[in-house]
Design a protein around this ligand. Structure first.
Ligand code: GAR
Length: 207
């Protein structure tokens, strides 16, 4: 790890392909972060296995069924994140909406990847909504998380064409190819350059 190295937690709910891309980039020395903790709200998330196989030191399933409220679940996660000294919280296919107390506690330190060009097609059905609307370009967005669903300041975006023959799965697969490059590259840029937020705009320190 170089001196810029940031301690990171990744939160997943499913396949974990973005987590895998981040871990591979870290292993290659391209992304100076230390993934210390992976949390999943689902015990069957493939992302848990990916994390264990990659040697992430703390890989934890927290079951929402054991908590009465979203706030209580999020507080448990928050305490874990603080206990492990996580500076950044990386949402990678984490499909739970975060409580506003969690967002306030980690304001400016939570990032998410979304499979559309925000602010178009926020929400859980981004790829279906993209196809249904008939736009000709799509892509993915890495953004800071605030209280508005998929509404925080934009750190980076990649654009791809929507093809006439696209289905939800084919379009999502091509978006994911971009996600797997953009997410590690954005994390690396955050670690290496830093940024400030002016109004809604993210301005990179080196620019
Ligand atoms: C990714 O495509 C990500 O953009 C999307 O879930 C997928 C997770 O894939 N996230 C959202 O839709 C959040 N609103 P992965 O588990 O293979 O990384």
């Amino acid at each position: 790890m170089n001196s810029n190295s940031k301690t990171v937690a990744v939160m997943v709910s499913g396949r974990g392909s973005n987590l895998k891309a981040i871990l591979e980039s870290v292993a290659k020395g391209e992304c100076p972060v230390d993934v210390k903790l992976v949390i999943s709200d689902r015990g069957d998330a493939a992302g848990l296995d990916i994390a264990r196989k990659a040697g992430v030191p703390n890989v934890i399933h927290i079951d929402p069924k054991n908590f009465e409220t979203r706030e209580q679940f999020d507080t448990e996660c928050a305490e874990l994140l603080d206990r492990h000294g996580c500076q950044w919280i990386v949402l990678a296919g984490y499909m739970r909406i975060l409580s506003s107390s969690f967002v306030r506690r980690f304001r400016g330190r939570i990032i998410n990847i979304h499979p559309s060009l925000l602010p178009s097609f926020a929400g859980a059905k981004a790829v279906e909504d993209t196809l249904a609307y008939g736009v000709k370009v799509s892509g993915c967005t890495v953004h800071l998380v605030d209280e508005v669903l998929d509404g925080g300041s934009i750190l980076a975006q990649s654009v791809i064409p929507v093809l006439d023959g696209d289905t939800r799965d084919s379009l999502h697969a091509r978006i994911q190819i971009e996600e797997h490059k953009l997410y590690p590259a954005t994390l690396a840029r955050m670690a290496n350059e830093g940024f400030e937020v002016i109004g809604r705009r993210v301005v990179w320190k080196s620019s």
